[in-house]
Design a protein around this ligand. Structure first.
Ligand SMILES: O=C(O)CCC(=O)C(=O)O
Length: 319
């Protein structure tokens, strides 16, 4: 994160949060390491716009409650995410929120998967830990529409149960112990008791933000190419993966690149023979054609990390 200051201009291209932060935003730790709640994360106006946005989209009705999946389709049984499940970039209204969560330091990376859940009064979600091999550590959920109680139950000692009160416009952040060692659930009922009072539930909609871990075993022996989405949204995807790497480096400017190239995948112009130099028309750095695409992806991710541009997205996709 310290690297964010290195190339601030990359973030000024529409990357900074555009919505004003509500002043009364308050982060409350919840008694479980890694669990916190941020009240009033969004304004009432934005809350209503988001709900309207959600309701303009198509709902999936293949499980008990209605859901929408963005970024990657989540298969509730398979417990893995691979490239075949990629259903496209996040739509702009979710991309904006994902970036804000990152900028506000609630997520260490920009989320690339979002599930929208709808709970009518009487509906809930059974106790679970979000798929460990599918999603990285931090999971963030934004509540819209209604209050409800979410229960956290210790995986090893089910008698330890901590109810948490979720309010519309609030975020719940689960990481570390809260993400891996505690199950979370919403009881299927139409009202909740909280601080001695009974509260009827309304329709609740939640947006849950995650960063996927790609299972790329399905890509073995399949021809692939690299797709890079630059911080400004431009997509670079050449027929040959090495050309994609060179193009990205050219766009970022070759400064700092050599210090990130620990495995010497890059060849500097001065190392090239005269004829190759003529053939390679631009740029200071060329990539060896022999490296696997996974290595090229790693190299670009290292460069992005070093330059402080986590929003540069590198994907290996089928040809
Ligand atoms: O509704 C929520 O806030 C949480 C949703 C959730 O736990 C899930 O989708 O796995």
């Amino acid at each position: 994160m310290a690297g964010r200051a290195v190339q601030p201009e990359l973030f000024d291209r529409g990357m900074r949060p555009r919505q004003p932060r509500p002043i009364e935003k308050k982060e409350v730790p919840m008694g479980i390491p890694g669990l916190s709640c941020i009240k009033n994360y969004i304004t009432a106006d934005r809350h209503n716009k988001l709900l309207a946005q959600v309701d303009e989209q198509v709902w999936l009705e293949d499980i008990k409650r209605r859901v929408q999946h963005y970024g990657f389709k989540y298969d509730y049984r398979a417990r893995k995410v691979n490239y075949d499940m990629h259903i496209g970039e996040l739509p702009r209204w979710l991309e904006e929120l994902s970036k804000e969560l990152y900028w506000d330091k609630y997520m260490p990376e920009v989320a690339d998967q979002v599930i929208v859940n709808e709970y009518l009064p009487g509906q809930g979600i059974s106790a679970h830990v979000d798929c460990e091999p599918c999603f990285k550590d931090t999971i963030v959920s934004l509540s819209l529409g209604s209050n409800c109680v979410m229960n956290f139950t210790n995986k090893l000692d089910k008698a330890k149960r901590i109810p948490i009160w979720l309010e519309p416009r609030s975020l719940i952040v689960m990481k570390g112990e809260a993400r891996y060692k505690w199950l979370h659930s919403i009881p299927a009922r139409s009202s909740d008791e909280w601080e001695g009072e009974r509260h009827g539930r309304q329709r609740r909609v939640s947006l849950t933000f995650r960063k996927v871990i790609i299972d790329d075993s399905s890509m073995k022996n399949r021809p692939t190419r690299l797709r890079v989405t630059m911080p400004g949204g431009e997509v670079i995807e050449c027929r040959i993966a090495a050309d994609t790497v060179e193009e990205v480096i050219f766009k970022l400017g070759p400064k700092l690149v050599s210090s990130v190239d620990r495995e010497n995948m890059l060849i500097s112009r001065s190392q090239l023979s005269d004829s190759s130099r003529k053939y390679r028309k631009r740029g200071e750095w060329y990539i060896s054609r022999d490296w696997r695409n996974e290595h090229k992806k790693e190299l670009l991710e290292r460069i992005a990390e070093r330059l402080g541009i986590p929003t540069m997205k590198v994907e290996i996709i089928p040809k």
